[in-house]
Structures are given as C-alpha cells and as structure tokens.
Design a protein. Structure first.
Length: 469
C-alpha cells in the first residue's frame, strides 16, 4: 500500500507506556494543534448548510463520500450475496428469563473466487414469552449460544452410558477401571441456576438486563467477516472481493467490512418475525466501538447505537494530539482503515508529508452522520482501566459539535453551554440523556456494561417501548 501511495516512510505511533521515550501526550495544553475541526454544516464549496433539506441532499452525501474515500474505504459495488440459514435453535434461560436462541450462518457466495470462503456467524436471542416483535441490540463480539440447554436426568444418564460404552470399545481395559469406580460419571449436571458475574456497577450482565427489559440481542462475530489483522486483508470478505489480491487505496478496511457484515445481519433480522426490525441497535466497545459508530453512520436502517470507549477512528477527534494518535492507526492498525488513510501519517512521500490536520473530515462529522437516530456515546474512567489513551475529552468535544446537526434535522443533541471548545464535560455518572444524541461517562473501566441500563431506559423512552406484562 505504501508503494501504491508513493510513501517512503511513516511516522511511528505514540506508546501507551508513559515511561517510554515516545510516550503519548497527556498535556491538555498541547492537545489541540489543529484547533479548528471541519464544520459539518459547511459544504465543500464554502456554502453554509441552513436547512435539513440541504443536509440530506448535499452535505450528508459529501461527508459520506469523503469518509469512504479518505478514512474507512468504500464497500465495493460487486460484494457477493449472503444467504442466511438457521443452524440450530435452543431454548435457554438468561437469568430468570426464558429465551429462544437461534444460531445463524450467513454464507457468502464465493463462486467468483472459490479459494476464499466467508461464513458470517451470529446468534439471535429473544424472550420466549414476548407477545410480539421486540427491539434487538446487535453486539459485536463472539457468537454462540449464551447458555446452552444441557441434558439432565435420564437424558444425561443415557449420554454417560453411551460415552462409557464408546470408551470401552476404544480401550477394553477401561471396563475393569469403570467397575472399580461404579458411581463415577463422565458428565455431571451443572446447577440449573448459577449467580452471574455482575457488572462493574453491581448490576446483572448486559444480556440479562436486555432480556429482562423485554429486548432481544444478537451476538455478532466480526472475525467471521474479516480478520482483525493486516495479514488477513487478502482473506475474509475483503480478500474474497479482491480475489486474494492486495487492496487499492480506496478499498475498504476492516472497520467498514465489519459494518457491512452487521448490515447483512440486519438483512436477516428484517425477515425474522420475532424482531422489531425498525428498532434494531448496534453496540460495541473499543475497536468494536469504532465499528459500531461506522455501522451507524453508513447504514441508516440501524435505529440506535451504544458506542463504547471507541477512541481514535471512532468518536474521538482525529485532530486531537492526546493519547492515541492518527499515527497509531496509519502505522499499526492500518488495516482497519482505507489505504488512503496512511497518507496522514506519512513523513516522506512523493507528495511530501501529511498530518492529521490534512484529513478533510473528523469524528464530529462521523457522529453527525448518525443524526437524527439514537446515538449514545459511552466511556468509563482511567482509574478503572478506560485509559487516558482513549481521549475522553476529545470524544466529548466531537459529540458537542455534532449536536448542531441533530438539532438542524429535528432532533436534540447535548444540553450544554458553549461550543465544542468551551463546553465542560459533565461529572462522572452524570449523563446527558435528554436528547437523541447522548453522552455518559460511567465510573467503570473499558466496558459499556455500567451504561447498559441507562441505554435501555433512554432508548425505551424515545422508541416508546414497554414490554407486555
């Protein structure tokens, strides 16, 4: 990619180790070398966007184009079709709530390049006693049955008997050993109910909270779409479309590929009668928080998002010189982004050198692309592990500035005084949840779990959802 772009050298990213010579900057007085972020309400020709119609017809398409070309890459026009099938259905318990869990595989048509196979994996879980379709939160992470229904009683006795017989068949000497231990069984029943590992705020796990509130959830495995490493860029869905060849500068990176995969998951959810497809949300933390925001920005069918601790490439301003730097993305996690994004970390190239101030867009505009849909920006605190590296202040600044777009299109943003340069972050655990654009910094670590109950209450209010009792 460097050869394609004419780049001879890139600047190294900052170190998260504060004792390292190239440690990240945490001095707020040095954090804004490029103080003026791009204005989401000014067209590329300098004309001001003053109406919602101008936003939808002119400015929003401009921003989507620039984010595609320079930051996250384009989804190719010829991405193959995905065919979904239910591989298994299980009736389970999530906490005290009976649920129906469906494990699903989305097979991507690879007839154009059979050497690469892509099978998207996700698991849909909905309350078994729901009287109608329910809102669903799709969560980036490992997929699979959350609490498999195990054989018990006589069924388990049959399994143990068959298992012993099979072992003896393989090794006849085990028959005597089993006779010496007649009460031993290879498999034992687990307790039908086990206390959960509570969230950092003492609440039940996210999945428990969702189904108890009458919601469903999806466990969506992004690695089944595209690997989270540079070596995998010629495999996965990106490699399949490119027939195993390297990317071109405007081709999509992993974040955009994960977002595309989530959209294909939503394609299936729109066909499932247990799902309220008009109220499907997307959720993720850290790199998956970045993917969550990208998904929400580019796929307007998603009704809501919980964006957890997303940092650079997510909600944090790219222009901020605090914690993680653009150079960490261009030098390290380059495969998350479009190839073109590497230009902004170039120290020596045929075009000279470029820096974050040259990026034509920034995260305030990425958040603005979500308007007027429900967008909840979530962080924890450094003391509990949500590192300063993530630049919480930079995300707050971007969210404040994006509020102007939410207001223009008829929604409500953050209720704060001043602009993004002067507005003060609220105290920890003091959420700004009055509008469709929300902010809350909880007192936990690198997780969105302590904000889940607040997200559910906030979303329920705006979508008017109350599960039937």
């Amino acid at each position: 990619m460097m050869d394609q772009l004419g780049i001879k050298a890139v600047r190294p990213g900052a170190s998260g180790n504060e004792k390292a010579p190239n440690h990240a900057n945490y001095d707020e007085s040095r954090a804004n070398p490029y103080p003026n972020v791009p204005d989401p309400l000014t067209l590329n020709d300098g004309q001001k966007v003053t109406t919602a119609e101008m936003w939808w017809s002119k400015r929003r398409p401009e921003l989507a184009e620039m984010f595609s070309k320079y930051v996250y890459g384009r989804v190719p026009a010829d991405v193959p079709k995905v065919t979904w099938r239910v591989s298994a259905v299980d009736r389970e318990m999530i906490g005290f709530t009976p649920v129906i869990a469906k494990d699903l595989l989305g097979e991507v048509d690879n007839s154009s390049y059979p050497a690469i196979s892509v099978k998207i994996h996700m698991t849909l879980v909905t309350p078994a006693n729901a009287r109608g379709p329910v809102p669903v939160l799709m969560m980036f992470g490992r997929a699979g049955f959350p609490n498999p229904n195990e054989p018990r009683g006589e069924d388990l006795d049959r399994v143990n008997k068959a298992w012993k017989a099979l072992l003896v068949q393989q090794d006849p000497s085990l028959k005597e050993l089993f006779a010496q231990h007649p009460a031993w069984e290879p498999l034992r029943e687990t307790p039908p109910f086990q206390p959960p590992q509570l969230n950092a705020d003492g609440d039940p796990p996210n999945q428990w909270e969702l189904v108890a509130a009458g919601w469903g959830f999806v466990l969506f495995d992004p690695a089944s779409v595209q690997a989270d490493d540079g070596a995998g860029i010629t495999r996965g869905i990106i490699g399949l479309v490119n027939k195993g060849q390297p990317r071109k500068p405007e081709d999509w990176g992993a974040l955009r590929a994960w977002a595309w995969g989530a959209g294909r998951g939503l394609d299936y959810l729109e066909t499932d009668p247990s799902v309220d497809a008009k109220h499907v949300g997307i959720d993720g933390v850290s790199r998956y928080g970045k993917a969550t925001l990208v998904t929400m920005a580019f796929d307007s069918r998603f009704a809501m998002a919980l964006v957890g601790s997303s940092g650079k490439g997510g909600a944090t301003l790219l222009r901020r010189y605090f914690g993680e730097e653009v150079e960490n993305l261009t030098d390290g996690e380059y495969y998350w982004m479009a190839g073109n994004f590497m230009k902004y970390g170039a120290s020596e190239a045929s075009f000279g050198s470029m820096n974050p101030g040259d990026i034509p867009v920034d995260s305030n505009e990425l958040i603005a692309l979500c308007a007027p849909r429900l967008t909840f920006i979530s962080y924890g605190v450094p003391e509990k592990g949500d590192a300063k590296w993530l630049d919480h202040e930079g995300s707050f600044m971007a969210t404040v500035d994006a509020s102007r777009v939410f207001k223009l299109v008829g929604a409500k943003g953050l209720d704060v005084e001043g602009d993004y340069n002067t507005a003060k972050m609220p105290p920890v655990n003091n959420g700004l949840l009055e509008g469709q654009l929300a902010w809350r910094q909880h007192d936990g670590g690198h997780t969105d779990a302590p904000n889940m109950k607040w997200f559910i209450q906030w979303a329920d209010k705006f979508i008017g959802y109350a599960p039937a009792q």
